[in-house]
Design a protein around this ligand. Structure first.
Ligand code: MN
Length: 267
C-alpha cells in the first residue's frame, strides 16, 4: 500500500511503500550489488546457489543485481534469460523481491513478472515480527555527489526512459558498453569513490517512516552502525566471486531475533 504518491526529488521526503511480512515467515535475506554479467560466472553461480538453497522464506534483492539492464526486451538474450530462469525457479519455492539500483533501474514489470519477482519501490518500509526496517538501494541518499544526483534525476524521468527504450536493443547495448568503458567499471557511481549516504537525510527518511533500522547497499562498505540515538543502519556488501584476489559476497539475514551476516548458502 503506497503511503503517498509524490515522486522523490532531492530534498523532498520520498513516499514510502509498506511491505508486511507474513507472520509465518522465519527469515528474510537481503543482498545487493552483485553486478551480475556474463563475465562473472562464479558470482552468478554463487547467487543462483543461494537462491536455490537458502533456508530463508524470502530473498530481497536491493538493487544493482545486474551490472547493466538496458530494457526488459533484453530478457530474451542468453545471459539475461539464464538469470530469469534461475529466479523463476527459485520463486516457486520462496518469495523473491527486487528493488532497482543505479545500474538496473530500467528493469520493469515485464521482467519482474517473467522472473516471479515482486517489485519494491525505493524506499520500502518492511514490517516483520514487529520490527520496522526501511529498505533502500542507497544511491538516492548520497547527496554529496551532486553531479550523480543530477544524472539520476534525468535518467529516472519518464521522458528520458521512453526516449532511451525507443532505441533498438543492439543500439542500447552498444551505448551501455561504451558508457561502461568510459566510466572504467564501477568507479564512478558506486560508492568506491568514497561517497556515502548522507546521515541526516537517512535519519530523516527513517523518522518519517517510523523505522529504527535502515538496510541499504550501493556504497560497497558492509558494516552495521548507529546513525543517531535510536537509528541504526546495516550496509550490504557487493559480491565478486570472480575476483581471485578478494572473492566476496555475503548475505544479511533478518529473523525475529534481529540481523546477522552470513556467507551465501551453497547447498
Ligand atoms: Mn549502486
Amino acid at each position: 500500500m503506497p503511503a503517498g504518491a509524490a515522486p522523490a526529488g532531492i530534498g523532498a521526503l520520498p513516499a514510502h511503500f509498506e511491505f508486511n511480512a507474513p507472520a509465518a515467515w522465519r527469515a528474510i535475506d537481503f543482498i545487493s550489488d552483485l553486478h551480475l554479467s556474463a563475465e562473472m560466472p562464479l558470482t552468478f553461480a554463487a547467487w543462483a546457489a543461494h537462491l536455490r538453497h537458502t533456508p530463508a522464506d524470502a530473498v530481497f534483492m536491493l538493487g544493482d543485481l545486474f551490472e547493466v539492464w538496458v530494457g526488459d526486451d533484453a530478457r530474451d538474450c542468453p545471459f539475461e534469460r539464464s538469470a530469469m530462469d534461475v529466479m523463476a525457479e527459485a520463486a516457486s519455492h520462496r518469495q523473491l523481491a527486487f528493488m532497482v539500483g543505479n545500474r538496473d533501474f530500467l528493469l520493469g514489470h515485464a521482467m519482474l513478472r517473467a522472473s516471479g519477482l515482486i517489485g519494491l519501490p525505493d524506499p520500502t518500509l518492511l514490517v516483520a515480527w514487529g520490527q520496522r526496517v526501511l529498505l533502500s538501494h542507497g544511491d538516492a541518499l548520497c547527496l554529496d555527489d551532486a553531479p550523480y544526483q543530477a544524472f539520476r534525476q534525468m535518467v529516472r524521468s519518464d521522458a528520458w526512459q521512453a526516449r532511451f527504450l525507443a532505441r533498438p536493443l543492439p543500439e542500447r547495448q552498444q551505448l551501455a558498453a561504451e558508457m561502461r568503458r568510459a566510466s572504467a567499471g564501477r568507479q564512478r557511481f558506486d560508492g568506491e569513490a568514497g561517497v556515502d549516504a548522507d546521515i541526516a537525510e537517512a535519519v530523516r527518511w527513517m523518522h518519517a517512516s517510523g523505522a529504527a533500522e535502515l538496510v541499504h547497499g550501493h556504497t560497497h562498505r558492509p558494516a552495521s552502525h548507529a546513525l543517531a540515538p535510536g537509528f541504526k543502519r546495516h550496509v550490504l556488501g557487493d559480491w565478486d566471486r570472480d575476483d581471485a584476489a578478494r572473492p566476496r559476497g555475503e548475505v544479511l539475514r533478518l529473523t525475529r531475533d534481529g540481523f546477522q551476516r552470513l556467507p551465501p548458502a551453497d547447498g
